[in-house]
Design a protein around this ligand. Sequence first.
Ligand code: SF4
Ligand code: SF4
Length: 187
Amino acid sequence: MELFIDLEKCDRAFAGEVASMPGGEAVRRCFHCGCCAAGCPVREIEEAYNPRSIIRKIVLGLREEVLRSDFIWLCSACYNCQERCPQEVRITDLMVVLRNMAVKCGFIHPSFRKQVELLAGTGRLYEIEDFDNKKRKKSALPMLRKEFPEVRAILEKSGIMAMVFPKEAGKAEEGKKLPQEDERGPS
Ligand code: SF4
Ligand code: SF4
């Protein structure tokens, strides 16, 4: 771990960019009291995780360190920190801003990639087995649909599939460009 910050590498525009996004507006108001870190349940389990430190790095302009970090993907969105912040920094919303920025820059965490893959496959994060529906039937609960193909269509139309799986999207585009059987001339 580096113990000093090379100011030459700091990106002064970074905090401004974060502040221009909905949820990031108050980032520069942080006075580093640490209330957010004190009430964070993720930090209780993973000591290295610290929302205060993430905010400090944004303000310092450590763009790549923040956007490449696993930590921005660890937040469980419990809103404990946001409720406690005396400066009304919307820390939970800020984590979403950072994840969006990270994805746009191509820093996509494997856990997010997996979630998109699952959603594209069945439209659910958790597969519904026959066993689940049998149990529901016994309790007179309605059956659950196993698949939602419309979710994949949304992921494709919104560009999320292409963003998260650029290689596959490139191949699909290439496939579209290939001449169809009846368009090919004599070989
Ligand atoms: S609680 Fe608010 S002001 Fe305090 S360190 Fe966290 S973000 Fe900064
Ligand atoms: S919202 Fe995220 S950063 Fe804030 S307390 Fe919950 S887990 Fe920690």
